[in-house]
Ligand binder design. Sequence first.
Ligand code: SF4
Length: 166
Amino acid sequence: MENIKVTGSLIWYYYICKREVWLMAHGIIADQENPNIDLGRFLQDYAYQRDKKEVSLGHIKLDILQKKDGQVIVGEVKKTSKFAQSAKMQLAYYLLELEKNGIAGSGVLMFPKEKKREKVELTDEMKKELDFVVRDILRIVYEPRPLPPKKIHYCKNCAYSEFCWS
Ligand code: SF4
């Protein structure tokens, strides 16, 4: 398979389900009818459209909310704060990629349905963790097969649930 690039979404799924990381990276098409996906897309596209500006940084795309004194604020919209660790590390990954490009920044997680926002600052600990996670994602993705499915709470909302469990 061609060279895999680690995206923010793969970081997010890594903390939820490593089987899903493999399925996504291999382009296995999930159930497009899943209403959770549509809501996710809707929130992504419309909820904060007024403020944000999508920019590409190599293979990743991120939403810049503000730029002030050489610092940028990156936003990430999620429909629930239930998977806070995933969301935080995804955003931290964007901040790390910005830092590698000489741009300092901080992040804001936004949960419009819950009317909540949370600030995220990149720490040395997060950088160390991301270094491991990126390598582990590549290890998972280059395996010939995905890990077997494991029932977790997220499965019932997962676009792959039919694929995994029928
Ligand atoms: S249905 Fe469950 S096991 Fe399958 S990819 Fe989704 S979260 Fe992972």
